[in-house]
Design a protein around this ligand. Structure first.
Ligand SMILES: Nc1ncnc2c1ncn2[C@@H]1O[C@H](COP(=O)(O)OP(=O)(O)OP(=O)(O)O)[C@@H](O)[C@H]1O
Length: 613
């Protein structure tokens, strides 16, 4: 029994504009994402937390050193202070202070080192996870989502989650440890003054929180605009031929300037809120120590000796500086939290996208393709489920025979190829390979027996050798040369200075259409597939090149089950069976070329009106 695991029947498209509201769900999602880093790199993380806590405690205890030193200096008898039953001279306090300072530097170095390391590891982990997710997801995801937007998110948001983690999590730990230590010290010295400082802190925290609500929204909007520009740029670069061939360079440049104007406006808002925050922090930074001095004098001038008063004033001024540093840290924490939450939300648009395909838990491997059958197959694209492309279709393809699908444009010929490659599953009925539902097969194993040539050959940036070998195991250069000879490409490659090591540009820019087709054909000679699918493989070529390529294809087709999707007469003339697809009917006619040519029906019309060229 083979179980079919049904995944969520829901294609989630990437969102172009992110949700603005902050929610608990998003916060937990952020923590979960950082948690993935913790799970994968626990030693790095725990050392980091450890040194960070120590750094913050060392920083806060400087207040004690300041207080003890002031007390010792004010002690006119022997210039010592009493600390935990010991009399310590003020000069010794200087050495202790230097010791604390050096420890602080030591911990500061390791906090920085380990935090950067953790952030980068988290970034790499998320990049790999995102890439693995988007190559595994089914092809319909790409009909709804812009490549540029996905790329922008993978590149920027994974990096930002890492750095935002440093801002958020480390500063949070630092702040909690340091603020707690400072407040404990303050309360142990003077409860009233410590309470006033605490009240002050709460007030500042409330104001900073409000500012952050607006800052977050402005930031989300600005990043949305930038990412949609990134997506737009990628799209234009992919289609640079269109820009060049239509002379649209200036129009494109101006369009880009306009798009960036919008980004500029949105960024001004973000910068505005950031500046308000800085001014507020600075205003408070000046006021708190001054207020502490004034309040200390007003409260204690008449009840304490000048020496006691000077100890209180120095200690509280030093402590309030520590608190203010913590407040700066709080701002960074909140900024980090904002960025981390925003990036997580956008990355989750990618991670939450579910595949709509059904995969068997125990996929079946096959050694050969002996039969191919469409049994009661009906199909609508998941992207537009109401539009039925193929009504019920029944047909079987015999081993070693060739078949050609013909029909008007948009009737669903390429859809047949897409189902055989399992880009899509039939909405109704079954596609059977060796009488097994294609859904139950081990897909990589099945596809290793299938060869596919399409109108626009897929060429990757890399050498000719890498491109011919792509997706194949256990092949060497000798085999590649042999295959290129069969595809009549070798003599051309031989004229290139770097021969098989010649780098083909992006999507094979360096090759002509015919050469690209030949490269794909060479790949298939090398692969030696049992099922060959030719989807309008020669329709983009001129007649002369097409004739040459067709010879190579005929050679490739020999004794292989071949399914051709065709527009050209020359492609289908020699196939064993022609299948005529008709809209809303499905298969209208089947027969050899000679039979259908002489039989009244759709095929004769296509033939007579020259629709098959
Ligand atoms: N991803 C998709 N989502 C929704 N509809 C689609 C999708 N891909 C194709 N279609 C529609 O499905 C129909 C059949 O497309 P298909 O590419 O199979 O036609 P075809 O017969 O090969 O056409 P042509 O001869 O022009 O290449 C078309 O109407 C097309 O618009």
């Amino acid at each position: 029994m083979y179980k079919i695991r049904v995944r969520k029947r829901d294609i989630m498209a990437e969102k172009f504009s992110s949700e603005k509201a902050f929610s608990k769900k998003k916060m937990f999602a952020t923590i979960r994402m950082i948690g993935e880093g913790v799970k994968n790199y626990p030693i790095n993380f725990f050392f980091l937390v450890f040194v960070n806590i120590f750094e913050s405690i060392f920083f806060s205890t400087t207040t004690i050193v300041v207080r003890e030193m002031t007390e010792a200096i004010n002690n006119t008898v022997d210039q010592t202070s009493q600390f935990w039953g010991m009399s310590i001279h003020w000069t010794v306090w200087i050495y202790i202070g230097i010791g604390f300072y050096l420890c602080l530097l030591f911990f500061d170095f390791f906090t920085n080192f380990l935090s950067q390391l953790f952030a980068k590891k988290l970034e790499i982990h998320l990049r790999q996870k995102a890439l693995s997710h988007i190559v595994n997801i089914d092809i319909s995801y790409y009909s709804k989502n812009q490549i540029g937007l996905i790329m922008s998110r993978i590149i920027n948001d994974t990096e930002n989650v890492g750095s935002a983690f440093n801002d958020f999590f480390l500063n949070l730990i630092y702040m909690i440890a340091s603020m707690t230590t400072t407040l404990i010290i303050m309360y142990s010295i003077d409860v009233k003054l410590a309470s006033i400082a605490t009240g002050w802190l709460f007030f500042m925290f409330a104001v900073i929180w409000v500012i952050f609500v607006y800052y977050r929204r402005a930031l989300i909007t600005a990043v949305d605009v930038r990412q949609s520009i990134d997506a737009d740029i990628t799209d234009r670069l992919i289609n640079v031929r269109l820009i060049k061939s239509s002379g649209s360079e200036i129009r494109e440049t101006n369009r880009n300037i306009d798009l960036h104007k919008k980004y500029d406006t949105k960024q001004q808002k973000v910068i505005g809120w950031q500046s308000i925050l800085v001014v507020f922090n600075n205003a408070m930074a000046w006021m708190l120590p001054a207020s502490m001095v004034m309040i200390s004098v007003l409260m204690y001038e008449s009840v304490k000796t000048p020496a006691e008063l000077s100890v209180i004033i120095t200690t509280f001024t030093s402590a309030s500086f520590n608190l203010l540093t913590n407040l700066m840290v709080l701002t960074m924490t909140m900024r980090g939290m904002t960025r981390a939450a925003n990036c997580t939300m956008r990355l989750n648009y990618i991670f939450d996208a579910k595949s709509i395909m059904e995969f068997s838990d125990e996929p079946i491997k096959i050694d050969s393709i002996d039969s191919v059958e469409f049994k009661n197959v009906g199909f609508s694209y998941p992207e537009s489920p109401k539009n039925q492309i193929l009504p019920e279709i029944n047909i079987s393809f015999d081993k070693g025979k060739s078949y050609a699908f013909v029909g008007e444009t948009g009737v669903g010929k390429s859809t047949i190829a897409k189902m055989l490659l399992r880009f899509y599953d039939a909405t109704k009925g079954e596609v059977l390979i060796n009488n097994i539902d294609i859904k139950k097969l081990d897909l990589p194993n099945y596809l290793s027996l299938v060869g596919y040539v399409e109108q626009e050959p897929q060429i990757l940036y890399g050498t000719i050798l890498e491109n011919v070998m792509y997706g194949l195991k256990n092949v060497d250069k000798k085999d590649v040369i042999e295959a290129c000879k069969k595809a009549k490409l070798h003599s051309y490659i031989d004229t290139l200075p770097d021969k098989y090591d010649t780098i083909l540009g992006e999507r094979g820019f360096m090759f002509s259409g015919g050469q690209k087709q030949r490269l794909v054909i060479a790949r298939l000679f090398l692969k030696n597939p049992q099922l060959l699918i030719l989807d309008e493989a020669t329709s983009a070529l001129d007649n002369i090149v097409e004739k040459e390529i067709q010879k190579e294809l005929d050679e490739l087709m020999k004794n292989r089950t071949t399914i051709v999707i065709a527009h050209r007469l020359s492609t289908i003339k020699n196939v064993d069976n022609i299948i005529v697809l008709e809209r809303n009917i499905g298969i209208g006619q089947i027969g050899t070329f000679d039979k259908l040519k002489n039989e009244p029906g759709r095929f004769q019309k296509l033939y007579k009106y020259g629709l098959l060229k």
